[in-house]
Design a protein around this ligand. Structure first.
Ligand code: GLN
Length: 282
């Protein structure tokens, strides 16, 4: 009979076996430390077979997060499936940047456009319990995932609405709006390589320069922000200059960019001065 050690060695001989370990943990329902402590335990045939089936899918390129249905983001263990983008570590910069602008006890209205798994909205809602968060997505399937994540974590200060960019926010105004929209150029070879191939194309690609959705969001934001309200956007490593120019052209002030842990320009934003539709005070 196979043991933990021999099964992992068979799956990933001489290479980093973190993915194999995560999948075996998933099959056994155990922690990493258990695997190490029990690596000579015999494994029931049925569990070894379930692991091998998952590992074959991993070797064919399926992302580990879709195989386990889970991905950690911020302090949250999130459910994910192929209807949503897998939350990325660099997106935590967007959460951090937003939190640095929201006082701890603020009762602000926040919006997260294109929420996907709900990662950003739920992280903000969890950290700022007095705020109300509106999370939108044009994909009903994505909203099912996001709602389930809110329920599982008992996060009640998030509302979900279906619709593309500005449609679900019609008639509303916010103190802070965030989004991690699709921003990869449609012809980028990155889209046909590795794990990304399995993710929803509509959550990744956005026109010839990857800027189509960023443009739409920036152009519509002043009308949906309170005067002085903040817009913060994630974007590609080489899009900082273009996004700052779009923000300035839309009348934003205090336009800035923040770098991610890899040193890439990743989040840009600014403050809205005038309201887009009227000058009525909030
Ligand atoms: N950074 C992601 C990637 O390169 C793209 C995420 C997005 O388009 N919002 O895979």
């Amino acid at each position: 009979m196979q043991t933990v050690r021999s099964l992992l060695a068979e799956a990933a001989p001489g290479e980093p076996r973190r993915d194999a370990e995560i999948l075996l943990q998933h099959v056994l329902g155990c922690e990493r430390s258990w695997l190490a402590a029990h690596d000579t335990d015999p494994l029931p045939r049925e569990q070894a077979a379930r692991f091998r089936a998952l590992w074959a899918r991993r070797l064919a390129g399926e992302p580990v997060a879709y195989l386990t249905g889970r991905r950690g983001f911020w302090t949250l263990d999130l459910s994910v499936n192929a209807d949503v983008l897998i939350p990325r570590p660099e997106t935590e910069l967007l959460v951090e940047t937003a939190l640095a602008r929201i006082p701890g006890d603020a009762a602000w209205d926040l919006a997260d456009l294109g929420t996907g798994s709900g990662a950003i909205a739920l992280a903000l809602a969890r950290e700022r319990p007095a705020c109300r968060v509106l999370a939108t997505d044009r994909s009903a399937e994505a909203l099912t995932v996001a709602r389930a994540n809110a329920r599982r974590h008992g996060i009640g200060n998030v509302d979900f609405r279906e619709g593309g960019w500005w449609a679900p926010l019609e008639g509303l105004r916010f103190d802070l709006i965030v989004s991690n929209p699709p921003y990869v150029p449609a012809a980028d070879p990155h889209l046909s390589r590795g794990d990304v191939r399995f993710e929803p194309r509509g959550a990744l690609a956005s026109g010839p320069e990857g800027l189509d959705d960023l443009r739409t969001i920036i152009a519509g934001a002043p009308a949906r922000l309170h005067p002085g309200g903040t817009l913060l956007l994630e974007h590609g490593y080489d899009q900082g200059g273009a996004v700052r120019a779009l923000l300035r052209a839309a009348g934003f002030t205090d336009v800035r960019t923040w770098r991610d842990l890899n040193g890439h320009e990743r989040v840009s934003g600014g403050r809205s001065v005038a309201s887009g539709e009227s000058q009525v005070a909030r």
